[in-house]
Design a protein around this ligand. Structure first.
Ligand code: GDP
Length: 590
């Protein structure tokens, strides 16, 4: 392809026989996605790197006001390709269907969209077939191309699979209700998809409602740096109604378009590799596992391994409950033949012979397979940075209020060292939740809280998965720890040691300083301790003690049963009935 000698005004350029979609889009100044869409309208499925020939490229160029000429030169022309073109390095690879998860805020219509898609596609086209719940299903758009949907909507399920080491989803459909807008879980979903590097198609749902306002949704998304096409970005967005069915075909086609752009491929002839999506113990049949086939074609009789358990495929059914004998890539299939119920997220592998399967299984049992997740503590991260093994520290930030969140985010963004940088995967106001721990597990992140409550289920999960949750009461301490980590230095581990508690009985003001008149109800209050003000069981402040008096004397400590006056450095809004609980932070041995 050579540059045209014509002037800009005539808008003519030359190509040798063919041009790639990306190049063509660049030459005519169009969005590549637009070009692919136009090609689809011409009945041609092409992805970004596919080359299209002169006859096809010409009308597209004309559409954008350009004329293409063929050069006479014989020089190396790109090969004309079809969508299933395979390059040398990806030999045996063939196009496969996308695997899609539906994400979004609660009640925005994730389940309704899945149900509606199922009804419009399966029930109509496949003679009244009713989908069985197997955790995933596959169906065809009107163009005849298949899409595989994972049946559990929401980012928790999405990240749970990822946390177990499985990369399953190719594309996420982000559902946003047109009458409600971008909500906290929409933002969470965006962050989870970003962390997983999974591209989004936006489905603006409920447009049948009178107060639906799709433009508002697009603007709100743009504020999250998610630019849909009419906003100058390249994120595909479709207006739909799960209720009336409007736009659902478009949603499927946009998903397929994105799949084309992603050039999803797999080798149907390799040994099978898949992921367990769901599993159960059936009373009659024994263990049943729904497996998403990711490469290879699973057949009856194949020897399979899941973790250290091996078996042989005895029967397979699809999402319609029909018996099948072969499952190619991107097919969800229910497999009978494992002796035990596997865990969702576990990997299924095919092995050539039973002997090999038994051998690998025995070897794995002996080694007692390490889990696929990689919990990351600041200490481990510091060590890895010190050794030059990593350059990014993934963190999730939770703070009590918006103001402190902004402050923490601001400081974290500045906290980069020469050797590493902090990468905020997700930040939000509120408690530390299970969803945060899952995201941390899936992305090897550390959770840093600022005055945040840790939900008990989240704490259990974090302990279970070995995820570090650090909760700070001063931004300074948080940034200090992070800076040390980024420099490859291990910060000391601080442990809180409770010392005592006093109840506030009355409040005085001396020289404009508020003093809490207290009785020590437990332990001992020391002047060099940190104090926490507890009002109706909630901590409202934490900070150092400025003065501790017993009667008129400044003292070092006051013991249970004694009266005392306490003043704090940064706090004076005491109330009668508040408790002052004191503690020290001591370095703990690692
Ligand atoms: P999910 O929590 O995101 O899975 O949301 P659901 O699918 O359960 O839907 C929440 C509510 O919104 C239900 O009452 C649905 O009937 C309703 N809903 C879902 N989609 C639409 C739609 O397109 N139009 C209207 N009017 N209501 C819808």
């Amino acid at each position: 392809m050579t540059e045209s000698n014509e002037t800009e005004k005539t808008q003519t350029f030359e190509i040798n026989n063919a041009i790639t979609v990306t190049d063509l889009a660049q030459r005519v100044g169009a969005n590549p996605v637009e070009v692919i869409k136009n090609l689809m309208r011409m009945g041609i499925m092409a992805s970004l790197n596919d080359a299209i020939d002169f006859e096809v490229a010409s009308p597209i160029a004309q559409f954008y006001g350009y004329t293409i000429k063929l050069t006479s030169s014989e020089s190396d022309s790109p090969q004309t390709a079809t969508a299933s073109d395979s390059s040398n390095e990806s030999e045996g690879q063939e196009a496969r269907s996308p695997v899609v998860t539906v994400l979004g805020h609660v009640d925005h219509g994730k389940t309704s969209i899945l149900d509606a898609l199922r009804k419009t596609t399966i029930a109509d086209r496949e003679a009244g077939g009713i989908t069985q719940h197997i955790g995933a299903y596959q169906f065809s758009a009107s163009s005849g191309n298949n899409i595989t949907f994972l049946d559990t909507p929401g980012h928790e399920a999405f990240t749970t699979l990822r946390a177990r080491g499985a990369r399953v989803t190719d594309i996420a459909i982000l559902v946003v209700s047109a009458d409600d807008g971008v909500m906290p879980q929409t933002l969470e979903a965006i962050d989870h998809a970003k962390a997983a590097d999974v591209p989004l198609v936006v489905a603006i749902n409920k447009i049948d409602l009178p107060d639906a306002d799709p433009e508002r949704i697009k603007r709100q998304l743009s504020e999250q740096e998610l630019l849909v096409e009419d906003w100058g970005g390249d994120v595909l967005s479709v207006e739909v109604s799960a209720k009336t069915g409007q736009g659902l075909e478009d949603l499927m086609e946009s998903t397929l378009l994105l799949a084309e752009i992603l050039e999803l491929k797999a080798n149907p002839n390799s040994l099978v590799h898949g992921t367990v999506i769901e599993a159960e113990l059936n009373a009659q049949k024994g263990p049943l596992a729904t497996v998403l086939i990711q490469s290879g074609t699973l057949k009856i009789g194949d020897n399979i391994l899941v973790g250290n358990v091996w078996g042989r495929v005895r029967a397979m059914t699809n999402h319609l409950g029909e018996a099948i004998s072969e499952a190619p890539p991107s097919t969800p299939v229910r497999v009978l033949g494992l002796p035990e119920v596997p865990q969702p997220g576990e990997i299924l592998e095919q092995v050539e012979t039973e002997k090999e399967a038994k051998f690998i299984s025995a070897e794995r049992i002996e080694k007692d397979q390490p889990s696929s997740t990689q919990p990351a503590s600041l200490e481990q991260l510091a060590n890895q940075i010190g050794m030059g093994e990593i350059e990014d520290v993934n963190i999730i930030i939770k703070a009590d209020v918006q103001g402190s969140l902004e402050a923490v985010r601001g400081s974290v963004q500045k906290a980069n060292s020469e050797s590493a940088r902090a990468n905020i995967l997700h930040s939000d106001v509120g408690s530390i939740t299970e969803s945060d721990v899952l995201l941390a597990t899936a992305s090897g992140a550390t959770i840093m809280g600022f005055n945040s409550k840790v939900e008990s289920a989240a704490l259990r999960l974090a302990n279970n998965r070995g995820i570090e949750v650090r909760n700070y009461t001063t931004i300074y301490q948080l940034i200090d720890d992070l800076n040390n980590t980024l420099k490859g230095m291990v910060s000391p581990l601080l442990e809180e040691v409770h010392q005592g508690q006093a109840e506030i009985k009355e409040i005085f003001t001396i020289n404009k300083i508020k003093i809490a008149g207290c009785v020590v109800t437990e332990g001992v209050i020391r002047k060099d301790s940190m104090a926490r003000i507890i009002r109706q069981k909630e901590t409202i402040f934490e900070g150092p003690i400025m003065s501790l008096r017993h009667f008129r004397d400044e003292v070092k400590e006051v013991i249970t049963g004694q009266e005392c006056g306490i003043a704090l450095t940064e706090f004076g809004e005491f109330m009668e009935g508040d408790f002052i609980s004191t503690f020290t932070q001591e370095e703990k041995a690692r």
